[in-house]
Design a protein around this ligand. Structure first.
Ligand SMILES: Cc1cc2nc3c(=O)[nH]c(=O)nc-3n(C[C@H](O)[C@H](O)[C@H](O)COP(=O)(O)O)c2cc1C
Length: 229
């Protein structure tokens, strides 16, 4: 179903981990990416860059990744070390829901093997957008790229399309850049974005997700009671 309002796009977007093989027309992708150019960025740098693959070039990338171990050293630190327990709990809760929906035992080896295999093929998505960032950019520009990615994901919903961001891809960042002709000295491979149509019948696309309550992370200051409506 297509999202018709911004709220519908936000609420109907979820990370899809099983796609149908229905192809995605280039003109739809171009429309989405053309509109997403209007995402905001500090200094109007527009620091996002991406390469979009489908068909044989995508299949050949997947075959290359399947045959290669994750790179060392890593492309960038994906999960910060020493994060407080609250964040570890959120990851564990999400993992339990996701793997529970697939009937995969809570066993680290089984989970890692499944995550690697399914991420490498981008969950069967017919299109993979690979998002790279010029190395000269800093933390604020990474945030800009995040805004652009979310803009893309919401616009995809308006077209009835689905997605799943994939930082997993950064584990093969250098190999991917080699495959798509991007200079490793110049760009960091941030993430993939699997794009396609969701398989409505797979429970992995339907498990209940959790979010922290509003007051856990937000404060309101200076609002009178009369403003509460
Ligand atoms: C930048 C980014 C990278 C992500 N990388 C992966 C990934 O590699 N593999 C994966 O299965 N999900 C990945 N996700 C999806 C998150 O796990 C997901 O957004 C989170 O659990 C919230 O669920 P939701 O997107 O369904 O609302 C990523 C999300 C973001 C924003």
């Amino acid at each position: 179903m297509k999202a018709e309002t911004v709220s519908e796009a936000v609420l109907s977007r979820r990370s899809i981990r099983d796609f149908t093989d229905r192809p995605v027309p280039l003109q739809v992708l171009r429309r989405v990416l053309d509109t997403a150019r209007w995402a905001p960025s500090g200094c109007n740098f527009q620091p996002w860059e991406a390469t979009v693959l489908t068909g044989e070039p995508l299949r050949s990338l997947q075959a290359t990744l399947r045959a290669a171990p994750p790179q060392d050293p890593i492309e960038y630190v994906i999960t910060p070390p020493d994060i407080p327990q609250e964040y570890k709990d959120r990851l564990a809760a999400t993992g339990a829901k996701q793997y529970g929906s697939m009937g995969i035992a809570r066993d680290n080896v089984a989970i890692r093997e499944h995550a690697t295999a399914s991420n490498i093929v981008s969950f069967g998505a017919p299109v993979l957008l690979l998002c790279h960032i010029p190395r000269v950019m800093g933390l604020p520009q990474w945030s800009d790229v995040g805004m652009w990615l979310q803009t893309v994901m919401l616009l995809l919903r308006e077209e009835g399309l689905d997605s799943c961001a994939q930082e997993y891809m950064a584990m093969w960042g250098r190999l991917i850049k080699q495959h798509i002709g991007i200079a490793d000295e110049e760009q960091i491979l941030f993430c993939g974005l699997a794009i396609g149509y969701r398989d409505e019948d797979n429970p992995v696309n339907a498990f209940e997700r959790e979010r922290a309550p509003l007051e856990r992370q937000l404060r309101f200051i200076g609002f009178g009671e009369e403003q509460e409506a």
